[in-house]
Design a protein around this ligand. Sequence first.
Ligand code: AMP
Length: 399
Amino acid sequence: MSFQDLGLSESIVHGVQCMGYVDPTPIQLRSFPLILGGKDFIGSAQTGTGKTAAFGLPILSKLGSHKEGRPRCLILEPTRELAAQVETAFRDFCRFNDLRTVALYGGVGYGPQKTDLQKGVDVIVATPGRLLDFMEQKVVDLSQIDFLVLDEVDRMLDMGFIPDVRRIVGQCRQEGRQSLLFTATLPPEIERLASFVLKDPETIEIGGRRSPAETVTHAFYPISVSQKYDLLQALLDRTNYDSVLVFARTKFGADKIAARLEEMKHSVTVLHSNRTQRERLDALEGFKSGKYEVMVATDLAARGIDVQGVSHVINFDVPLHPEDYVHRIGRTGRAQSTGDAFTLVTAEEQKAVESIERFIGQKVPRLKLDDFPYRYTALFSTSPAAKRPARKLGVRRRK
Ligand code: AMP
């Protein structure tokens, strides 16, 4: 099946072809007929599966061309980065028609966003806080919203955004609206939100909610706390990488790792929520363009952020929530390419590691790096997988 045969509008198909997409991904094949047929649904797709296009292409096809008046499509995202990324993708998809889009998020001035709104837009991609500000200022009116997408709702729940989301949805047109909700998990709060937002929804699940992307090879590296930086350095030295995303649990930890990597002469940037919006954008753009080979980030960056060509993810700390493990390592191996993910594991993190393995339903190999001066060999005494050579997981010595 090619994009031409799926009922999308001609200008959108043209836009997609220009982006170099040839075949639709499985979630796209599932979602296009549902959206074009006017169904509401709850979707859970693995990261990097082409989710943005899965909802973006049919919605833009249905919107047709620019109409004077109020916005007709609203997409809510949990973070500024995701809002900016999704809006950029939308702009790319509709480069051959005159639909207008705007991204509304905090941390930057109100002026340009307000001007865009006043000029008239068809699609708003927003974080809840900034959108509510504009609603209070009466700059935006949601009474003509035909398409509503709540993306990464489980993350919005973690961030305490659900009451804001309800307030926003309450201001949207209720009759005749089509709504979609994306989430990896379905706790009771999200089920209640879903029954408030969606009408008679279907559930579509692609690739299982819990499994890491199949294109990622991953491994745990047991280590003592005192040798974590040395092991990180050794992994970087021995890995033939293009770009590496290093995850830390805290903002302070991320800054510290970045400082250490800088001392080791790596070109490195940091992404976390204590940085200004300008710094966050610079970090992402610099990492995408190759100016920085390493980006150290907190889980803020784990969800949905699409950086082409991340060859490796290194978890300096084991994430506390097992879902975050899947999201973090999903930053590599996106859309058909392959990637490696390494996690440094200390004795104190054993419980978190076990809950990750329970969550994903598979054992992750424990590996030992050849020729690394381990101080505590007891770390490996119970793991037969430790004997496997690291090379199998894509660790290659630099030439
Ligand atoms: P997403 O899951 O929406 O973040 O998309 C992940 C990556 O896959 C992005 O870089 C998209 O540009 C890319 N992508 C989405 N759909 C396709 C497709 N049908 N063919 C090739 N790449 C795609």
